[in-house]
Every structure is written in structure tokens, then in C-alpha cells.
Design a protein. Structure first.
Length: 275
């Protein structure tokens, strides 16, 4: 594990496991890099170097009062890549992390990037606007912020159920999945929690996706209750030239953690990394 300092002085925590071609994981909200531990070990066991950082305001990274926008998140990611001097890195991102990945490519290019993986990711745009009429209604995001500000511990416990599809008949989601979600969510600062909602709801990544020029894998569950497939994954696959799309039937938002889907994703990820 290690720490790097961003261009605006914020210290970020990261884990760095194994050796070989680098694979950098960007976590979703409100989690941290530990959400990727299964994948980190899996790629490291298979000849790759797995790296996962905690976004500012999350986990073991510092919790500044500002900088919760995607330009800053992309610059933080660039600072980490530069500090570790990563070359030909595969970027793998979940949910909000998909916006971080997209904005990184839009803002910093692909000179250091070999591949991109977007898992249950928020691009091209999550919130409903005149230009994005199929998006998620704005009241949903206001309710999320109210939940965080009202009693965030219980809010995270309630949110975990839909995140993993534990409310669906026959779900493989475990109590452990839900408890781990709550634990990581409680490590996020309340300010980061609220500000990130505004960021991931209303940031448009369409122009960033147009700048993708590396092999890209899009993975999404068709029963994602957090980032609906019809709003995000399907549209992203159409916007990224040559993107490969895999839709998991009955898949939740927490594909990388739910037993069954987790193993399937690991194998799909490894196949893509080796291609």
C-alpha cells in the first residue's frame, strides 16, 4: 500500500499488488478501493499488477472540503498514474468510477492507457434532462442526499439491499455483501457523499466517450436498480467505437461482489486483459 499527493495537496491511499502489466481499478460510490479486493487478488494471481485507490473523501484518503467534481477526480487519477509511472495501464471502473475513467480519457488522453473496462458505469449521463429524457429523475438524487443528511448509517443499510439486488427472488447477494457496503460507505465523509451525488447525477460524459480510442469492454446487469442499463451501459456501448458489450441477465449493480456474477466477471475481465 502507499500514498500519493495530488496537485492540490490531497493525500490519496492506494493498494498495489502483484507484478506484470498494470490494471488500475476505480471504485464506485460510496465505496473505496477495497471493493475491488477480489479482482485485485485475481489479476495478481494471473500475472498482472493490481492497483486500487480510495477516491478523495473516501476510505483512507484525505477528506478535503472541496474537489468533488469529475475534472478533479480525473486529475487525481492522472496524479496517481504519473506518480507510479504506469505505462500501458488497463483502467477498470465501476459505477461512479466509470465517470472518473471517462473524464480521465477525455481530459488526459490514452497515451498511458491500453484498455478500458466500464462495469455498471454511469456514463454517458445519469440524470434526466431535456437532452437526456430517459435519465433518472432529479427527485431521486434529492432523496439520496436527504437520506445521507438525515441518518446516513441507516440510509446506507437500506441502500445496500437494492445495490446488490438482495430484494429480488433467488438473489445470490449475501448479508456479508450488505455489511461490507455499509462499512465502506461509513468511511466516506458526509460532505463527499452529498457532493458526489450532484457530480454523478448531472455530469455529461458524452464528449469524453467520443475520445476513447483503446479496446473497451462494457459490462452491465439488466436488473441494475442503481444505474439502469437502458440509461447507461447500452448507450455507452453505442457511443464508444468498437466497444464490446456483455449484459448479465438478472445482474445487479454490485456485479463484482455478488457470488456467481463475481466469478463470471473475473473470467470476462481476465479474458479481456489477455486479448
Amino acid at each position: 500500500m502507499g500514498r500519493v499527493r495530488t496537485r492540490d495537496g490531497v493525500e490519496l491511499f492506494y493498494n498495489d499488488w502483484g507484478s506484470g502489466p498494470p490494471v488500475l481499478f476505480c471504485h464506485g460510490w460510496p465505496l473505496n478501493g477495497d471493493a475491488w479486493q477480489d479482482q485485485m487478488k485475481f489479476v495478481a494471481d494471473n500475472g498482472f499488477r493490481g492497483i486500487a485507490h480510495d477516491r478523495r473523501g473516501h476510505g483512507r484518503s484525505e477528506q478535503p472540503w472541496g474537489g468533488y467534481d469529475f475534472d478533479t477526480f480525473a486529475d487525481d487519477l492522472d496524479d496517481l498514474i504519473q506518480a507510479l509511472d504506469l505505462q500501458d495501464v488497463a483502467l477498470v471502473a465501476h459505477s461512479m468510477g466509470g465517470g472518473e475513467l471517462a473524464r480521465y480519457i477525455g481530459r488526459h488522453g490514452t497515451a498511458r492507457v491500453s484498455k478500458a473496462v466500464l462495469l455498471s458505469a454511469i456514463p454517458p449521463m445519469l440524470g434526466q434532462t431535456d437532452r437526456n429524457p430517459d435519465g433518472v429523475p432529479g427527485q431521486v438524487f434529492e432523496d439520496i442526499k436527504s437520506g445521507i443528511l438525515g441518518e446516513r448509517s441507516q440510509f446506507w443499510k437500506d441502500t445496500a439491499t437494492g445495490f446488490f439486488g438482495a430484494n429480488r427472488p433467488g438473489s445470490n447477494a449475501t448479508r456479508g455483501n450488505e455489511d461490507a457496503f455499509w462499512y465502506m460507505a461509513m468511511q466516506e465523509s458526509i460532505e463527499a457523499g452529498v457532493r458526489c451525488v450532484d457530480a454523478f447525477a448531472w455530469t455529461d460524459f458524452t464528449e469524453d466517450l467520443a475520445k476513447f480510442d483503446v479496446p473497451t469492454l462494457v459490462v452491465h446487469g439488466d436488473d441494475d436498480q442503481v444505474v439502469p442499463y437502458s440509461v447507461s451501459g447500452g448507450k455507452t456501448a453505442e457511443l464508444v467505437r468498437g466497444a464490446q458489450l456483455k449484459v448479465y441477465e438478472g445482474g445487479s449493480h454490485g456485479i463484482a461482489l455478488v457470488p456467481g456474477d463475481k466469478e463470471r466477471f473475473n473470467e470476462d475481465l481476465l479474458e479481456f486483459l489477455r486479448s
